[in-house]
Design a protein around this ligand. Sequence first.
Ligand code: PRX
Length: 638
Amino acid sequence: MNLRTTSFEDYKEKYNYSVTQPEKFWEEIAGNFQWRKPWDRVLNWNFTDPEIRWFEGAKLNITENCLDRHLETLGDKPAIIWEPNDPEEDHRVLTYRQLYDKVCQFSNVLKNNGVQKGDRVCIYMPMIPELAIAVLACARIGAIHSVVFGGFSAQSIADRIQDASCSLVITADGGFRGPKDIPLKSVIDDALVQCATVKRVIVLTRSRTPVSMLKGRDVWWEDEIRKVETKGNPVCTPEEMDAEDMLFILYTSGSTGKPKGVVHTCGGYMVYAGYTFANVFDYNPGEIYFCTADIGWITGHTYILYGPLSQGATTLMFEGVPTWPDAGRLWNIVAQYKVNILYTAPTAIRSLMGFGTGPVMGKDLSSLKKLGSVGEPINEEAWHWFDEQIGGGKCPIVDTWWQTETGGIMISPIAGVTTTKPGFATLPLPGIQPILVDENGVEIAGNGVNGNLCIKFPWPGMIRTTYGDHERCKKTYFSTYENLYFTGDGCLRDDDGYYRITGRVDDVLNVSGHRIGTAEVENAINMHSSVVESAVVGYPHDIKGQGVYAYVVCPDKHENEEVTRKDIVMTVSRIIGPIAKPDKIQFVSGLPKTRSGKIMRRILRKIAEGDTGNLGDTSTLLDPAVVEEIMTGATKLK
Ligand code: PRX
């Protein structure tokens, strides 16, 4: 079956087929990929344990699909176009052949450094082609990569390395992001003080900032490459992987304090990444595709690397940020490389909107054919600005809803096929069976309804487990409602049957499209020496979507409160990373609690949102006076 959809009729037909005969549907989709050995059974599953196996018995290597199989036809075509942070620095283009050679080379480097199939490798690198090479090299030799976003602290990295018992770390001396130099190796050094399992660190030269190199542990990327070059062996035969062998771990936040290692496996993830990329973006050979995400997040994994490369696409990778050196940066990139498909996040659109149309004017955006949005609900104003100012009113916008756990896009228009509606992710892709339920798990049928979004049938890209703790996977996703995967999102299905994601219904914030657990931030704040306790909630933020609002009980403040505020922000930065810094800190004498000691977050949320007119039922409060005090304090904070 063709991966792409030709018309809305075609979509409906495929959707029906995918629901009535899911195994046949996915088998036909999987037929578009290269397998060493076909599957014995398409799907084996239950959502109780949960146990989900796709393409059981099949053998493959995802990099053969992303590289080897394109060599003959696309060898000289660009696989990756890389735009550096500094527009004055030369850009780079890696053809499929060149990328293949480099991945083989680095695979051999990993092997020389003792990495074997099944070993976990932590990658903490800037957005440069070597990051893509490192990821693919791991996949080629069957090592499980765990990429950690550059905005996380040493402590967060250490937690992730320990959780997965990584034996090797790949990093760079430093990285550039906008006007900032990020001392990556130095952060890794701090992290590794706590990580006995790491035997080797491979360090790429990027910023050539001074770094400490420990004898016996730290080696330079370039030296290691030279060693395999002199052996004159650029080939690396890909490891034969079982469809259900782990491909990667990616940590994400949930309602508890500790991030979870979401596990994706080789076969199903490959099929799902490739299929959704080709289908949703209606990718035509030769099109230049630009996803502005970072490879440290799932969007980068699936839609900068695996999805596009599995389809022989040209993927543009950008090291910098949209507002540096000025707010016209993305538009310069689109014009320079004649980008056809642009996939970005609402937070970026909103922040660029704030600069007006000046930075867009005079930029040739006529190459754009399709636009995409991901990561958070897109407000109508941003949708229209994207549509008119960037797409010139002629590009379909695909508002793609999905999650780290889903591996790829789940609910989304198909470019050029589905009629779009601002703010709506529209309809489920073929193979995806959403269902809305009430608090008790009872299905809310029909249209024009609101509920909690669940998925009732497996799809190939779905989470298999949380690394090292299967029980946690079961508890988080499969226990809230029997026999359903629970997304954690609230959702509206309108009269046309279109889906609109309304946001998280658990204690997870979405700040600039980054997922942050309130419990995680609270734990970090509580580590500050004079903090007694804290409660963190989200509040509407014009650019970030949601901001982080912290209520903090801290009797021993500095005489200038601002000093303590900054200390707390610094503490969060050190413990989690700059991405989780609170936007607002309100000092309070106590938190509103029920008689059984539970914090009433609902009230705190309302106060943070400035919606104090109706706080709802406050009769169970232990001390109602606390609420009065917090409301007064909140007004002063604004
Ligand atoms: O709340 C939803 C929101 O982002 C969450 C998933 O975050 P993460 O795992 O970091 O993955 C982000 C990139 C796929 C979801 O539970 N979300 C994602 N896409 C959308 C969205 N909310 C509304 N509309 C979207 N298109």
